[in-house]
Each structure stands twice: as structure tokens, then as C-alpha cells.
Design a binder for this molecule. Structure first.
Ligand SMILES: Cc1cc2nc3c(=O)[nH]c(=O)nc-3n(C[C@H](O)[C@H](O)[C@H](O)COP(=O)(O)OP(=O)(O)OC[C@H]3O[C@@H](n4cnc5c(N)ncnc54)[C@H](O)[C@@H]3O)c2cc1C
Length: 307
């Protein structure tokens, strides 16, 4: 539910836009105890989709589906001990310029700790990967330049039924604690991101996961909702299992490197940031959200996000 209320960046996002863009109506209980059914004519509809974590309790969504039975996708991994992570990043960034909207991808750099709990193939390794999802028949050809970046350590790219698409990112299916934040960028300055990778790699002193999502395509299309920064070209996400204080010591200077190209932060990727709200919306969206919040929850019964 809150995935969609926060925008919802899916694996085929460049082709189909945000999950929020497909919502037809919502039911919610507002601060006055009213159960309301809201549709695109309502200011609440606009505000809930993108700003929806603080306006009431959403009990139902009606959402349009898109017909995707199969896709081409998976992950191509490189050993960060053998290839230069910054070189993979540079090649990845250049590759994204050539892509149709049917292909959505992301870059990841994960320094797995050298501890017995890790599977042997990951233990102590710095894994750099590109994750891909593509509809249509062109996927195999489109990923060809990635295979030339360097020796590939793992390759799961294949045609697959949509039902297997969760294997592309292999996100953990169990809860665990971490801090994280994000920056939506107007452009990817690969030199600055290379500096960021140098700070967050195996020598960072804490495990930091870097993920960079390629935006654009349908994500840039205007929509009648409060999901901001449609002109963002990339989203940089950093996660760490370090404690809160250490997390800020690592994340703040890393994000500072990207400051000149940063449009703002992404609500869905602010993990453990407490009530820190700056940068979640551009000024115009924030003011309009604050107006809706003032009308429907003037006493701020739900968590304050928009003022
Ligand atoms: C492993 C992992 C992978 C992820 N991948 C993606 C991704 O690919 N794309 C993406 O966009 N996001 C992704 N996310 C982020 C995810 O969408 C957000 O963290 C989302 O807010 C999680 O919702 P939750 O209900 O589980 O969290 P919660 O912490 O329970 O809720 C988040 C916020 O939503 C509010 N909320 C919860 N339920 C309701 C409701 N019914 N009505 C109104 N407000 C409500 C809560 O009060 C809270 O403020 C990922 C998160 C994780 C942990």
C-alpha cells in the first residue's frame, strides 16, 4: 500500500511510469473519522499519490494493470576486486543513453562482509552489478554492450515469466534493519559518483549498499498526482546497517558529493530518516500538499510530512 502512496518505482518503471500513476481511486479514513472514496477529481486523490503517508489511513486502492506475461531480465555481476567499479559505472551510464523506454535498469555496488553467515560465493566480495528488465524481443541485443565491460562473475539474464521477476533484484524476503536515503539527480556526474563509490566500498568501515536507478521514459510524463521530480534522470540510493550516528557520518558526506545535481529525495527510499522532510518535494508540490493537509488533518493527527 505505502509503496504506491510513496510513488512506487517498479522494475518496468521507464515503460509504465510510477505505480501511483495507475491508481483509479482510493478509500481512506481521514482524521475526522470519515471513510472517503476519492477519485481523480478530488484534491485528496492528487495528494495521496506521492504524499500519502500522512493524510489518513488508506484502506483500499483500485489500480489499473498492464499486460506483461514475459520479460527479458536478470542481473550481470562483476567482481569489484577484478574490475574498477568506477569503470563499470561509467560504461553503465554511457549505455543508458542508448536505451528505449522498454528497458529499465539499475546499477548496484555491494561490499558483502567477510563473515560466516554469508554464502561462500558472496562472502567478502565486492559485487558490482547491473540489473535489467525489458519487455519486447530486443533485450538480448540491448544488453550486449554490458557483457563487454569486463569479466562477468555471474549472469542471470534470460527470458522469464513475469512471475519470476522478483529474482532480478533478489531483495531479501525477511525484515532487517538499516538506514538509508536517496537523491534524485538531474544528471549523473560519473566522476562524483566514482568518488562516492570510493567512500562507500569495502574500506568504508561499515557495509554500504549503493544503488543507482535509471529514470526517465514514462516516469517523466506528467501525471495528476504529487509524485515529484519527474525530470529526474537517475536516483541514487544508499543503505547501511551502521547505527544511526555512524550512518549519518557515512551518508551525509556521500550525498554532499552529489549536491549540485540533486533535485531532492525520494519518499520511498528514506529509511529511518525519522521526520526529516526537507527535499522530499519541490516547493510547488510541498505548498499544495500542505494546503490539502491543512484542510483534512489540521491538528496533524497523522505524521507531519508536508509543512
Ligand atoms: C527490500 C526493499 C525493497 C524496496 N524496493 C522498492 C522499489 O523497488 N520501489 C519502491 O518504490 N520502493 C521500494 N521500497 C520502499 C518501499 O516501497 C517503502 O519502504 C514503503 O513505504 C514500505 O511500505 P511498508 O508499508 O512496508 O512500510 P511502513 O514503514 O509500514 O509504512 C511506510 C509509511 O507509510 C505509512 N502507511 C502504511 N500503511 C498505510 C496506509 N494504509 N495508509 C496510509 N499510510 C500508510 C506509514 O505510516 C509510514 O509512514 C523497498 C523497500 C525495501 C525494504
Amino acid at each position: 500500500m505505502s509503496y504506491t502512496l510513496g510513488g512506487g518505482l517498479g522494475i518496468l518503471a521507464r515503460e509504465f511510469g510510477y505505480a501511483a500513476d495507475h491508481v483509479r481511486s482510493l478509500d481512506l479514513v481521514t482524521a475526522d473519522g470519515e471513510l472517503r472514496h476519492v477519485t481523480p477529481e478530488s484534491d485528496l486523490y492528487w495528494a495521496l499519490l506521492g504524499g500519502g503517508h500522512s493524510l489518513g489511513v488508506v484502506t483500499e486502492l483500485e489500480i489499473g494493470l498492464v499486460p506483461v506475461r514475459t520479460l527479458y531480465g536478470g542481473s550481470l555481476a562483476f567482481d569489484g576486486g577484478q574490475v574498477d567499479p568506477a569503470a563499470v559505472l561509467g560504461a553503465y551510464a554511457e549505455w543508458t543513453w542508448t536505451l528505449p523506454d522498454a528497458l529499465t535498469s539499475s546499477f548496484a555496488a555491494v561490499p558483502y562482509p567477510d563473515i560466516p553467515a554469508m554464502p561462500p560465493q558472496l562472502r567478502g566480495r565486492y559485487v558490482i552489478s547491473v540489473r535489467v528488465a525489458c519487455t519486447g524481443d530486443d533485450g538480448e541485443r540491448l544488453v550486449e554492450p554490458l557483457r563487454r565491460i569486463g569479466p562477468v562473475s555471474a549472469d542471470s539474464l534470460r527470458e522469464m515469466p513475469y512471475a519470476e521477476s522478483h529474482t532480478i533484484h533478489s531483495d531479501p524476503d525477511f525484515p532487517h534493519a538499516y538506514y538509508g536515503d536517496s537523491a534524485v539527480l538531474s544528471e549523473l556526474d560519473t566522476e562524483k559518483v566514482a568518488q562516492l563509490l570510493a567512500r562507500t566500498g569495502p574500506d568504508a568501515g561499515a557495509m554500504v549498499v549503493v544503488q543507482i536507478n535509471h529514470l526517465g521514459g514514462a516516469l517523466a510524463a506528467p501525471a495528476a498526482n504529487a509524485v515529484p521530480y519527474r525530470d529526474g534522470k537517475f536516483l541514487v540510493r544508499l543503505l547501511t546497517m551502521a547505527d544511526r550516528e555512524r550512518a549519518r557520518e557515512i551518508l551525509d558526506p556521500a550525498f554532499a558529493l552529489l549536491a549540485t545535481k540533486t533535485l531532492g529525495r525520494s519518499l520511498n527510499f528514506a529509511f529511518g530518516a525519522g521526520d526529516r522532510t526537507e527535499g522530499l518535494y519541490d516547493d510547488e508540490t510541498r505548498k499544495r500538499l500542505a494546503g490539502v493537509k491543512g484542510r483534512y488533518d489540521p491538528a496533524n493527527l497523522f505524521r507531519r510530512l508536508t509543512s
